[in-house]
Design a protein around this ligand. Sequence first.
Ligand SMILES: *Cc1c(COP(=O)(O)O)cnc(C)c1O
Length: 359
Amino acid sequence: MENLRIPGPTPCPDEVLQAMTKQMINHRGPEFARILNRVTESLKILFQTRNDIFLLTGSGTGGLEAAVVNTLSPGDTVLSVSIGVFGDRFTSIAEQYGAEVIPLKFEWGKAADPDEVRRALEKDPKIKAVLVTHNETSTGVTNDLASLSSMIKEFDKLLIVDAISSLGSINLPVDKWGCDIAVTGSQKGWMAPPGLAMVSVSETAWQAHANARMPRFYWDFSRARSYLERGQTPWTPAVSTVFAMNTSLGMMLDEGLPNIIARHARIGQLARDGVKSLGLTLFADENFASNTVTAINAPEGVNANDLRKILLAENEIVLGGGQQRLDGMIFRIGHLGMVAEEDIRVVISALKGALAKVR
Ligand SMILES: *Cc1c(COP(=O)(O)O)cnc(C)c1O
């Protein structure tokens, strides 16, 4: 069987796949309501929040778009902190909908510098909201969201977080860190297939929502809230993915959030130590290296995609490539969701063999 080691979609446990073979049910009936309520309550535990949580049918990007259109108006000034491809995507979404975006970009591979974010906030008092990526999947960097969020809250700004590849894997106490909206997706750390974005919405975000004038229909949080009161979603949801999440969340709660976070930390370290032991270097600043995805520089004179091809052909290991200008320069090992030490050990040993061939 293939060892799928990309940062989403991630492999699913057999129990989760089994859950998806269940016959369709009425998405406006009592059984679906029970499942939806159970999934929502389980997510609140894993988001460490008492805020509202909605399941939106779509991928993570849909959740990011939902966050923007539900809280902002055209012309609103927004500070968008970007440390890579996904931060840039978040910036584009806000721009597309007419926000006045101040982009604050950091060198790829580095984390956002809180002092620079502070200066940007001091410079423009009109800033209403700040967009931040918690874990930048394209570069393998985890921002210091605890520091960033406490500072952003000092300035009393709305904090919207792309936590797509961190929530459920890396510690992110949504309430403690004052995240007004946090977004994730079912195919990342949740051991479920693609199909659902999950978003948490704070009281402050609801206040912003009340005045937000960006166009929205499918993503409207007011509709999501009024339907959830009846155990429903406004539109037909990805029913099978909800079944899958119901099972995977049960497994996650059995393991326990602190254990899940510790497992990802252990395996992240194993991945970093492993590639370094082969003489490779990390793309990310190691002080901020991600515990869900490791980005590795291709050795001098080697195209990273050639290494990936060898691993696929000879070891049935699928690694992520570099995105945009990092294509061919780096490769990425995904280690989130259903992942154990052994899954990474075999990658490191296969990588050793592949390096011997290309060097
Ligand atoms: C995967 C990912 C996205 C995009 O999610 P899709 O589900 O592919 O739309 C956005 N941001 C981050 C940080 C991601 O890891």
